[in-house]
Write a protein that binds this ligand. Sequence first.
Ligand SMILES: NC(=O)c1ccc[n+]([C@@H]2O[C@H](COP(=O)([O-])OP(=O)(O)OC[C@H]3O[C@@H](n4cnc5c(N)ncnc54)[C@H](OP(=O)(O)O)[C@@H]3O)[C@@H](O)[C@H]2O)c1
Length: 301
Amino acid sequence: MRVLITGAGGQVGKDLSLVLAGRVPPAGTATALRGQAPVADDEFDVVALDRAQLDVTSGAAVAEAVKAHRPEVVVHLAAYTAVDRAEGDVAGATAVNELGTAHLADAASASGAHLVYVSTDYVFAGDLGRPLVESDETNPLSVYGATKLAGEHRCPPGASIVRTSWVAGIWNRTVFTLAVAAAGEGRPLRFVDDQTGSPTSSADLAAGLVGFLRDRPSGVCHVGGDGGASWYEVIAFAYEQAGGDPSLVSAISTPELDPPQAATRPTYSVLASERLAELGATPLPAWQDGIGRLVRAIAAP
Ligand SMILES: NC(=O)c1ccc[n+]([C@@H]2O[C@H](COP(=O)([O-])OP(=O)(O)OC[C@H]3O[C@@H](n4cnc5c(N)ncnc54)[C@H](OP(=O)(O)O)[C@@H]3O)[C@@H](O)[C@H]2O)c1
């Protein structure tokens, strides 16, 4: 199967490129998903384009890339992911998240390719205090969330829209690299206890995306680390997994953040799914499993 990936230089793009090549992402961060057939090394023929190779804000460049590579599936990962910066750059976030997605949608439709678009829990206000399913009403609180939702609306009816949450991988500096370093030094940390989501290992998400390439289901599906945690809970867990004393991690509330976050985040955006089982798709492992593997890989000498 010929696959074109946009935003392939990002954390999910790197993990997905490895998974589709039949390779396990580094340091054992991913596990085979229970019930999903392993990827054969010749199953996918992947063209992985990073931002320098394909800027999705250019409709002409997107059309040309899709025409040249003739993918059967396009996995559109390129996104303006700087959630706080987007508050002051509506035009920039719109150009990538909404209009860039429209370019991919047009090019995929013109060539008959299936589009897989990865979206976010930040399309929700997260004020219901319970896990959110695909049919719940969207109401983004941030420019990032609003522009990703606008991207969803630009997708053709046959596209797979995979909403995920709080993704971290081995590739970048993240809150988990911070937690591992702090645990090693016995340095205290403060994290908010009033934002709760589904922490997701990027490598696990990449493994989960395989089913969407194979089966090409249409519509929205929630795919995140199973269960929910606040930032305080997930960082205390990571601190402990890295060998530190989790009592050194303390809980604060969002108004106590200094400097304050520019973007308003959902209070409770744990993702649940009423579609995964219906599609016969494989759920991701519990967040503690995926984040535990990630943290141990970061902490490994
Ligand atoms: N990370 C999360 O917590 C999270 C949660 C829910 C959903 N998602 C979604 O998951 C997908 C993958 O995100 P990720 O975690 O892998 O984020 P990431 O590491 O920030 O990757 C996004 C990639 O998109 C690239 N990009 C930005 N503007 C572009 C443009 N105009 N043309 C082409 N590429 C462009 C970025 O390049 P530069 O680095 O050069 O800007 C980056 O390599 C995104 O669609 C994101 O919205 C992420």
